[in-house]
Design a protein around this ligand. Structure first.
Ligand code: URA
Length: 204
């Protein structure tokens, strides 16, 4: 799989990149969001986790995966005996996209153009962190990382060789697990997600 490189000058450190991203106007999502939710974690992390985009709570906190999807993720990571803080955790899109409905903000999926614009940041995070393993959680992350629109099930749960000797691992997005109405199926899918996280721990 190929990750397209950004054109033009790039920031030299993750702190400089984060600072630049704070002022990002590459797409219109910055107009409505509270703040840019940039990646977090050690700059020398072996594993980079890529989600879709911040949700309501992430938008307010300014940190990735701190809301309900983050809770599902954290539980799977703890169950696998992994310390979350060893991962560099980021998103394909760094602003919350929503539709106001009364007092609520209803999450909306980023479109292809927004993902493509925001890839500018993800590619530079990859360049600076140089993770050995990149984990795409969900189709949006997978599309951002590979520009390919695979069915998740076709590529899920096994290491895939990328350029630069990197390995890609694809799993579902934890929000998907929250939306499964049938409790039996949900338990099965949560168990599969946990197996994927164990596999990630072994590959790291
Ligand atoms: N969903 C994501 O993809 N990322 C977050 O940071 C939170 C929810």
């Amino acid at each position: 799989a190929r990750v397209p490189m950004p054109e033009g000058p790039t920031a030299g450190t993750i702190e400089a990149l984060r600072e630049e991203a704070r002022r990002c106007t590459r797409c219109d999502l910055h107009c409505m969001a509270t703040q840019t939710v940039f990646g977090e974690g050690p700059v020398n992390a072996k594993v980079m986790i890529v989600g879709e985009q911040p949700g309501d709570q992430e938008d307010l906190a300014g940190r990735p995966f701190v809301g309900p999807a983050g809770k599902v993720f954290n539980e799977a990571v703890s169950a696998a005996g992994i310390d979350r803080t060893q991962f560099y955790i980021t998103n394909a899109v760094k602003h919350f996209k929503y539709e106001p409905r009364g007092k609520r903000r209803i999450h909306q999926k980023p479109n292809m153009g927004e993902v493509q614009q925001c890839r500018w940041w993800l590619v530079q995070e990859l360049d600076l962190v140089q993770p050995k393993l990149v984990v795409a959680m969900g189709a949006t992350a997978l599309f951002s990382l590979t520009e390919m629109r695979h069915k998740l099930e076709d590529v899920r749960g096994r290491p895939i060789a990328m350029q630069n000797g990197r390995t890609l691992f694809v799993t579902v997005h934890p929000s998907y697990l929250l939306r499964i109405p049938d409790l039996g199926r949900k338990a099965e899918e949560v168990a599969r997600f946990k197996e994927d996280i164990v596999a990630i721990g072994r590959l790291a």
